[in-house]
Design a protein around this ligand. Structure first.
Ligand code: CA
Length: 233
């Protein structure tokens, strides 16, 4: 079987070398390095990789631009992209995700974290199985809705939505179990921790409030009569 090819776009040779070493250690990933944005685009055009790990502050063409260009081109738009950067402000994170990245890791990071994220992104790319859902992906990207589970950020049609903690956890659980029916009792158990004074009616109330904040994406939370709720793609 062919090894997975990852392109690491990083202008600091030490960091690029460390990443290459960490990812190649398992034996099933082969890493190429591009030290500038234009070189990355050239490399992708010549031989599209299975994954791009992208720094933001890069010579010639910056990482946001590289990401945007790759997402515009039909032949490269599905390549998973993980942005890796020292920029950690919320606006950078949002711009990064809106420019089409699948995940976002801030420096300093551990190699263990990076390899875990890489594996998660590659698993998702190979077909969204139940196992991938169990691995709790850090990002959901739908037509109108983008949820960053790590940053606890929800964007609806490009605008930040303000959810309460409970609403966020409810959304997270539904998204992680997407396309499957989740009963009210299971939601009570997993989201509420089964507080005895909470009735299943509470679940309905919270789902109602959550839907009201999700705009066009409200329809993605379906009521399954007699059973519970289901989040659909
Ligand atoms: Ca850099």
């Amino acid at each position: 079987m062919a090894r997975t090819r990852a392109l690491v776009v990083e202008d600091e040779p030490d960091i690029a070398g460390l990443i290459k070493h960490a990812l190649e250690r398992g034996g099933d990933i082969q890493v190429e390095i591009a030290a500038a944005g234009d070189l990355a685009l050239k490399s992708v055009a010549e031989a599209p990789p299975d994954l791009v790990i992208l720094d933001l502050n890069l010579p010639v063409v910056n990482g946001f631009e590289v990401c945007r260009i790759l997402r515009m081109r039909p032949d490269t738009q599905r390549i998973p992209i993980i942005i890796l950067t020292a920029r950690s402000s919320e606006s950078d994170r949002v711009v990064g995700l809106e420019s089409g990245a699948d995940d976002y890791i801030t420096k300093p990071f551990s190699m263990r974290e990076l390899t875990a994220r890489v594996q998660a992104v590659l698993r998702r790319g190979s077909g969204g199985s139940a196992a991938a859902a169990a691995a709790a992906p850090m990002l959901y990207r739908g037509q109108n809705l983008v949820v960053d589970f790590e940053a606890i950020s929800v964007m609806v049609d490009g605008r930040s939505a303000r959810l309460t903690r409970r609403e966020f956890e409810l959304l997270q659980f539904l998204v992680q179990n997407r396309n499957r029916v989740v009963s009210r009792n299971r939601l009570l158990e997993r989201v509420w921790g089964y507080e005895r004074d909470v009735e299943t009616r509470s679940v309905d109330v919270h789902v109602g409030r959550l839907r009201a904040k999700l705009g066009a994406s409200a329809r993605q939370i379906e009521t399954v009569v007699g059973l519970g709720y289901r989040f659909v793609d």
